[in-house]
Design a protein around this ligand. Structure first.
Ligand SMILES: CC(=O)SCCNC(=O)CCNC(=O)[C@H](O)C(C)(C)COP(=O)(O)OP(=O)(O)OC[C@H]1O[C@@H](n2cnc3c(N)ncnc32)[C@H](O)[C@@H]1OP(=O)(O)O
Ligand SMILES: O=C([O-])CC(=O)C(=O)O
Length: 376
């Protein structure tokens, strides 16, 4: 059995910062559960909407509840006119994570949460609308088309792919999106969720909590790693070239994005699942480069550093095989993790105390005031 990662002080590593009934991460060094359900069972059997319901409503829905929930989400996919106008004004050169952040913030202006009794409706609206926000902007900015985002496509993943590509996705691709959204849905006190909880603890509104979380997820040490992993693997034409490249990066002490984890010590349980789907898609696409390159990176990192792939690494090739542009990888993470973030906001609100830790002071004891003309 693997040991829990050592707490080192820096980065609050290993320190308990609150309670949650939503998720366990790496309890025995590996393993991931959402409200007690193993993530691999959920990835094999559930629909993402079922998982969102589990996180947000506290139990798995029965058939009637799931049908009603999905219907509700389907009716909430239309973009308000003012939000379309804002999206149309964001340049093509913008990063899609910045578009997500602005889209969420603008939604908070248009459909403000005035009272916490409205939280479930506001959350459902974000779950339904985020795929519309990102694809509306992307298609307008890159292709000059104004897409209709209202639709009765069954799943959130299928809706995203259909809006992005302008055609119904294959069953396989819809299934893989569903699995991916489940894997990314929730992960305890990761940096973006903690951001959302800190914001919630001031009794702020739900859109502020999620906007802050999006900004935190954007960085390459967190959600942005899936995009960074793609940029790495597509540099290599063969597995041997990848081995040489990764060895060189390690010698230069560069970080390889998509490897390592703040909590897991031996493996990230989401990797084995997404890797399997990447392999399947690679075969479907007739790929002979990207998947073998990814596998070799994994082998080299384990052999040289005992570092393993986290959830992000094989997501890169997986999304690429489905024709998703690299810069949209992290926004997909947002479309999923909004379920976990907002479940945490609800949990924080239900038992709140403002989050306000202390710091060890390292500055001077006393500084003597100097008038401006006396300063060096
Ligand atoms: C969905 C997610 O957000 S998963 C995380 C996505 N992020 C990434 O993939 C970015 C790359 N990975 C990393 O930067 C880190 O592994 C993190 C941020 C995920 C975890 O950070 P930490 O808990 O501080 O890492 P940890 O303490 O295990 O690092 C131990 C050593 O391994 C090194 N290391 C960790 N990850 C990597 C990596 N990906 N590539 C190269 N070296 C690494 C560290 O630099 C450190 O070396 P040092 O002791 O010489 O300073
Ligand atoms: O838990 C973390 O630190 C990062 C992570 O894997 C996630 O948010 O999914």
């Amino acid at each position: 059995m693997a040991e829990a990662k050592k707490s080192g002080g820096a980065g609050l590593r290993g320190q308990v910062a609150g309670e949650t009934a939503l998720c366990t991460v790496g309890k025995t060094g590996t393993g991931l559960t959402y409200r007690g359900y193993d993530v691999s069972d959920l990835a094999d059997n559930a629909q993402f909407e079922e998982v969102a319901y589990l996180l947000l409503r506290g139990k798995l829905p029965n058939q009637q509840e799931l049908d009603a929930y999905k219907k509700k989400l389907q009716t909430l996919r239309g973009l308000p006119h003012a939000l379309k106008t804002v999206l149309e004004n964001i340049p093509k050169t913008a990063h899609p994570m910045d578009v997500m952040r602005t889209g969420c913030s603008m939604l908070g202006n248009l459909e403000t949460e005035k009272d916490f009794s409205e939280q479930d409706d506001k959350i459902d609206r974000m779950l339904a609308l985020f795929p519309s926000i990102i694809t509306y902007w992307y298609r307008f900015a890159h292709e000059g088309v104004r897409i209709e985002t209202s639709s009765d496509v069954d799943s959130i993943g299928g809706h995203f792919l259909e809006l992005l590509h302008g055609k119904k996705p294959s069953e396989l691709h819809e299934r893989v999106m569903n699995v991916s959204l489940i894997l990314y849905a929730e992960h305890e006190f990761n940096a973006s969720t903690f951001t959302a909880r800190v914001c919630a603890s001031t009794l702020s509104d739900i859109h502020s909590c999620v906007t802050g979380a999006i900004g935190t997820l954007r960085g390459p040490l967190h959600g942005g790693a899936n995009e960074a992993a793609m940029e790495l693997i597509q540099k290599f034409q063969s597995a041997d070239e990848a081995e040489k490249g990764v060895m060189g990066m390690l010698e230069r002490k560069e970080k390889i994005m998509g490897f390592g984890h703040a909590v897991y010590t031996e493996s990230d349980p989401r990797n084995v699942i997404i890797k399997k789907w990447s392999e399947k898609l690679s075969r479907e696409a007739g790929d002979t480069v990207l998947y073998p390159v990814s596998v070799r990176c994994e082998e080299v990192m384990w052999r040289e550093k005992k570092l393993f792939c986290n959830a992000d690494f094989f997501h890169a090739s997986t999304y690429h095989f489905m024709g998703i542009p690299t810069e949209l990888f992290t926004p997909i993470f947002v479309m999923s993790r909004v379920s976990g973030w907002t479940a945490h906001v609800k949990e924080q609100r239900a038992n709140n105390r403002i989050i306000r830790p202390s710091a060890d002071y390292t500055g001077p004891d006393h500084a003597e005031w100097l008038p401006i003309d006396k300063r060096a």
